[in-house]
Design a binder for this molecule. Structure first.
Ligand code: ATP
Ligand code: MG
Length: 363
């Protein structure tokens, strides 16, 4: 580990006490694992990519391995926020589980479940929607960006309300840590607002709060760029999938946008595309991006892309080998989801009962 990454990781320890700040950066360490619970997840819209891996997945595995209780939602109801139909839903869902297991999530320790299998979670959406204003929903910058990239002719109500749905995802299991990419920060603010307002409006009889205020955990790569220079995304055709072959990886990286300056440097604000590629190689090599850029020097885009390709293929080799071995047993992937749904349903039912009680439901 380089000095730069070592410093970042060492200074970003999450305190055991209730988290107060909205975000912690590059956190991979907690000082009291048993005092935290993690919820995070992904939409089953396509294969997971390098942005997921370095943006959130690696932090999930690290937190799990430290003993933090972990819930991972395959957000299948969220697929229809920006498209009319959930295409190849079963296949994408199983492949997400495959990517999780290949990356090191352990279904014995992590509860991996699909949204649609946990009805009580969605019932939380109703009281939660009453806690946010239409104006607040309207000014969410991530929702605006997703509307700009959506191919739908009309924007659905779900597009505006899904951040509140995500608050239900997080709060149903009373998670306090949410390892996510940067695009999720506005949604985390919604979840924090919902939790605060719910707790103020509906305190328990002893005055204590029902929900924690969740905190986002950002990694060293909170927004990895895709080959077109925009956010690497499953739905935008600009991603290197974790399960891609070495040759596919080489082809995709060869097509990545760079710039005309032969001198390779690390300047995320001034040269975002080149810097994102440098960062990718640095993350794979566990070195500082400045050192990787310095080494490439005047090699230009061709050398940069060769270094990135070799670094990615080398780093992902064990993950890809595990993925290939696990892919043969689709029944196991479905069983992981069934077991996860059973555990998640028990937690969601208990939270919903508590919510109904503090809200004054009669039965
Ligand atoms: P879609 O295009 O279908 O929305 P996506 O690639 O944006 O797919 P999501 O399922 O929406 O993936 O996001 C899952 C998680 O991965 C979120 O926490 C998100 O912040 C994180 N993430 C997604 N893309 C990146 C990226 N390029 N860099 C860092 N984190 C990312
Ligand atoms: Mg997304």
């Amino acid at each position: 580990m380089t000095t730069a990454t070592a410093t970042a990781a060492a200074t970003a320890v999450v305190p055991a006490a209730a988290a107060v700040a909205a975000t912690a950066t590059a956190t991979a360490t907690v000082d009291d694992p048993t005092s935290h619970r993690v919820l995070t997840g992904d939409r089953p819209t396509g294969p997971l990519h390098l942005g997921h891996y370095f943006g959130t997945l690696r932090n999930r595995v690290r937190l799990q391995d430290q003993g933090v209780e972990m819930f991972v939602v395959v957000a299948d109801y969220q697929v229809i926020t920006d498209r009319d139909l959930a295409d190849r839903l079963a296949e994408h869902t199983e492949n997400l589980v495959l990517d999780y297991l290949a990356a090191g999530l352990d279904p014995e320790r992590a509860t991996i479940f699909a949204h649609s299998a946990v009805p009580a979670l969605h019932q939380l959406l109703l009281p939660f929607l009453s806690l946010v204003s239409v104006a607040e929903l309207n000014r969410n910058p991530t929702v605006k960006d997703e509307i700009a990239h959506s191919s739908q002719s009309a924007v659905s109500g779900l597009m505006f309300t899904y951040p509140v749905h995500q608050a239900a995802d997080i709060l149903f299991c009373k998670a306090d840590l949410v390892p996510v990419g940067q695009d999720q920060l506005p949604h985390l603010e919604v979840a924090r607002t919902v939790a605060r307002r719910f707790n103020e409006r509906y305190p328990r009889t002893d005055g204590t709060a029902v929900f924690p205020r969740p905190q986002a955990l950002l990694s060293d790569a909170p927004m990895l760029l895709g080959t077109d220079g925009g956010k690497m995304s499953k739905s935008r055709g600009n991603a290197v999938a974790l399960g891609a072959t070495a040759d596919e990886t080489a082809r995709i990286i060869r097509g990545a946008r760079t710039d005309a300056d032969r001198r390779i440097g690390y300047d995320p604000a001034g040269r975002p595309e080149v810097s994102s590629l440098v960062l990718l190689a640095a993350l794979c090599q566990d070195r500082a991006p400045e050192a990787v850029a310095e080494e490439i020097g005047d090699g230009g885009a061709a050398v940069l892309k060769r270094v990135v390709t070799e670094s990615v293929n080398e780093h992902l080799r064990p993950l890809r080998a595990r993925r290939a071995a696990l892919a043969a047993d689709r029944g196991h992937l479905r069983q992981v989801l069934r077991d996860g749904a059973e555990r998640a349903n028990a937690v969601a039912d208990a939270t919903l009962a508590e919510v109904r009680e503090v809200m004054g439901a009669v039965i």
